[in-house]
Design a protein around this ligand. Structure first.
Ligand SMILES: Cc1ncc(COP(=O)(O)O)c(C=O)c1O
Length: 369
C-alpha cells in the first residue's frame, strides 16, 4: 500500500538550515547555529531538578501554571510596558508552537500572511501548513520590513503580518515609528500583527519596542529559549487579547495539552530570578558582533551593521556559492536563500560561537569572500 500525503504539506521544503548542519565535518567551525552557545544558568537548572524531586511532573493547566503566567505578566509590564493579565497569556512549547497557534487561529484556506523576505524559516512553512499563502514582502535596503511595502501588498485575503525585531536572519531592529505604522495597518485592515520578540534582549543599539503598545490586534510571541540559553527546554509563550487567546487555546489544548511542567518551573526561575546572565550574554554577543563586523569589513565585504540578535547577513553576490565554498574551507554558514528568494545574495553568519572560533573563521573566509 502506498501512503498518500497532503499536497500542501508535501510541497514544503525541509529547512535549509538543517541541511547545512548535516554536511558539517570534524574540523569545521559552525557559524550556522541559531542558539546561544552558553549554558542554561545554574539557578534555572536547579529549579527544574527541584520540580522533578518534588514530583511536579504531571500535566499543568492548559494555559500554563498560574505562577508562571503571573511572572510573565509582570515581565511584560516591566520590560515592555504592556498590560497583559495572566488570562491573556498562554505558555507554549517554545516560540515555535506559539507562532503556529497564532497563524492557525487566524488563517483559513487561501488566506494570505505577509512575511518579510528574507525571514525566519518557520513563517512561510507554518502558513502553508495551515493552508494559507505566504506573501513575500522584500526587505528594504536596511534589511527591515517597511510599512509602505507592507501596505502595497494588503488584500481582502490578508489575515496576518509577521514582524520579527530584532530579526533573524538580518539582525535588524525596527524603530518605534515603523512598528507603530505597521500596527496602524493591522488596525485599519483588521488583520493580526504577529510580533516575534524572541531576540528582544539581544540589542546592541536602539531599543526593543513591542508593537502591542500600539494596537489590540497584536499577538505577542516570545520564549525563554534565546534570552536564557534554554532552546532545548522548549518553553515559550503567547499573549493576546482574550478572544484571540481563547481561539489559540483550542488548538493548544488538542495538540499540546500543556507545556512541560518541569520547563515551566525552570522558566519561572529564569524570569523572576537574577538577570545578570542576560546582561553578560548581551555583552559577549556585542563584542563578538563588533569583531565579526570589523573583520568582514576589513576584507571589503558589504554589510548592514546588525543592531540585534546574533547574526550578520552580509552581501556576498551569490549566497549559495559562497556558503558552499566556505563549507569546503571548514566554515558553516547558512545561504541567505534558506530564508527566502530575496536573501539569495547573502549568507547568514551566526556569532553564537566562541570569539577564538570567530577569529579563526575570519581567517578562513579571507580567501573566499
Ligand atoms: C525568529 C525566531 N523565532 C522563533 C524561533 C523559535 O524559538 P523556540 O526555540 O522558542 O521555538 C527562532 C529560533 O531560531 C527564531 O529565530
Amino acid at each position: 500500500m502506498i501512503l498518500r500525503f497532503a499536497n500542501h504539506i508535501a510541497e514544503i521544503d525541509i529547512s535549509g538550515i538543517r541541511k547545512s548542519f548535516e554536511a558539517a565535518g570534524a574540523d569545521t567551525i559552525n557559524l550556522g547555529l541559531g542558539q546561544p552557545d552558553f549554558e542554561t544558568p545554574d539557578h534555572v537548572k536547579e529549579a527544574a531538578i527541584e520540580a522533578i524531586r518534588e514530583g511536579f511532573t504531571g500535566y499543568t493547566m492548559n494555559l500554563g501554571t498560574a505562577e508562571l503566567r503571573a511572572a510573565i505578566s509582570e515581565k511584560f509590564r516591566q520590560d515592555n510596558e504592556l498590560e497583559y493579565s495572566p488570562g491573556e497569556i498562554m505558555v507554549t512549547s517554545g516560540a515555535s508552537e506559539a507562532l503556529f497557534l497564532a497563524i492557525a487561529a487566524v488563517v483559513e484556506n487561501g488566506d494570505e500572511v505577509l512575511i518579510g523576505d528574507p525571514s525566519f524559516v518557520s513563517y512561510s512553512a507554518l502558513t502553508r501548513i495551515t493552508g494559507g499563502r505566504p506573501v513575500s514582502v522584500p526587505l528594504d535596503p536596511d534589511l527591515k520590513i517597511s510599512p509602505e511595502d507592507v501596505a502595497e501588498r494588503i488584500t481582502e485575503r490578508t489575515r496576518a503580518l509577521i514582524v520579527n525585531s530584532p530579526n533573524n536572519p538580518t539582525g535588524s531592529v525596527q524603530t518605534a515609528e515603523e512598528l507603530r505604522a505597521l500596527a496602524d495597518l493591522a488596525d485599519d485592515h483588521d488583520f493580526a500583527l504577529v510580533s516575534d520578540e524572541v531576540y528582544e534582549h539581544m540589542i546592541y543599539e536602539g531599543e526593543h519596542i513591542s508593537p502591542a503598545r500600539y494596537s489590540d490586534n497584536v499577538i505577542t510571541v516570545n520564549a525563554v529559549s534565546k534570552t536564557y540559553s534554554m532552546t532545548g527546554w522548549r518553553l515559550g509563550y503567547v499573549a493576546a487579547h482574550e478572544t484571540a487567546l481563547q481561539n489559540m487555546l483550542k488548538i493548544h489544548q488538542f495538540t499540546q495539552a500543556s507545556a512541560s511542567s518541569i520547563s515551566q518551573r525552570a522558566a519561572q526561575a529564569a524570569i523572576t530570578g537574577p538577570q545578570d546572565c542576560v546582561t553578560y550574554m548581551r555583552e559577549v554577543f556585542k563584542m563578538r558582533r563588533d569583531s565579526l563586523v570589523k573583520g568582514l569589513r576589513d576584507m571589503g565585504v558589504e554589510l548592514v551593521r546588525p543592531d540585534g540578535a546574533f547574526y550578520v547577513f552580509p552581501y556576498v553576490g551569490d549566497g549559495d556559492a559562497a556558503a558552499s565554498r566556505l563549507m569546503n574551507a571548514g566554515v558553516v554558514t547558512v545561504p541567505g536563500s534558506a530564508f527566502g528568494a530575496h536573501g539569495a545574495r547573502h549568507i547568514r553568519i551566526s556569532y553564537a560561537a566562541a570569539i577564538e572560533k570567530i577569529e579563526e573563521a575570519l581567517e578562513r573566509m579571507k580567501d573566499i569572500l
